[in-house]
Design a protein around this ligand. Structure first.
Ligand SMILES: C[S@@+](CC[C@H](N)C(=O)[O-])C[C@H]1O[C@@H](n2cnc3c(N)ncnc32)[C@H](O)[C@@H]1O
Length: 189
């Protein structure tokens, strides 16, 4: 059982998806195959599937993945859910869009693993493929993210580089927080 298996006893733990993310993907064409790495309870996978993307969600929380699938079944959405480790996944070439929301923290102990995954995605994603990463904006973390992509020396167009405020409410305690986030979307040339 993972920590998130316990946290996900709270329904919709992370609340609503960011409006900038939904607005971006609403206008984006084509609505291709998207993998949501660390999809959790489907905060992004479900609305993106409603928009017409062919969504696959991968998470190591079986409870999160099951909740996402149950919800998607109610609306007859065709989301594929996988339980597994995002660091063991490498068939990024099968997808048009790779999404990672709140998956990177760039703490010292995880730095190599996290930047390694970004490099792997950048290398394997197909031409015209998108990488969308949402990350807490402490300044330094966003710099690390952008430097990591730059250092691959692969050609990407920046399609979106947005600052947003993520409003989180802990339902149990009523505690509310506002966190500065960055949504960074690049397209492989
Ligand atoms: C902060 S939550 C974000 C969930 C979702 N992306 C969102 O924004 O609502 C982190 C998620 O990543 C999952 N996770 C963490 N490490 C993972 C790994 N190595 N492989 C797969 N899932 C992982 C957790 O189970 C959790 O669902």
């Amino acid at each position: 059982m993972t920590d998130y298996d316990k946290y996900y006893t709270t329904e919709d733990l992370f609340g609503e998806p960011y409006s900038v993310l939904i607005d971006f993907f609403k206008q984006y064409e084509p609505k291709g195959k998207l993998i949501d790495l660390g999809c959790g309870q489907g905060r992004n996978s479900i609305p993106l599937s409603r928009l017409g993307y062919k969504v696959a969600g991968l998470d190591n929380s079986k409870i999160g993945v099951n909740q996402m699938i149950e919800k998607s079944n109610i609306e007859n959405l065709k989301i594929t859910g996988f339980v597994g480790d995002i660091y063991g996944f490498d068939t990024f070439q099968d997808f048009d869009i790779v999404l990672l929301d709140s998956m990177f923290h760039f703490e010292k102990r995880d730095m190599q693993k996290e930047t390694g995954l970004i490099k792997k995605i950048a290398k394997r994603i197909k031409t015209s493929g998108l990488i969308c990463i949402c990350i807490q904006d402490t300044g330094a973390k966003v710099r690390i993210l952008k430097d990591t992509i730059k250092k691959t020396k692969l050609d990407f167009d920046i399609l979106n580089d947005s600052s947003l405020i993520y409003n989180y409410e802990d339902i149990a305690s009523g505690h509310k927080s506002k966190t500065k986030y960055c949504m960074f979307i690049v397209k492989k040339k």
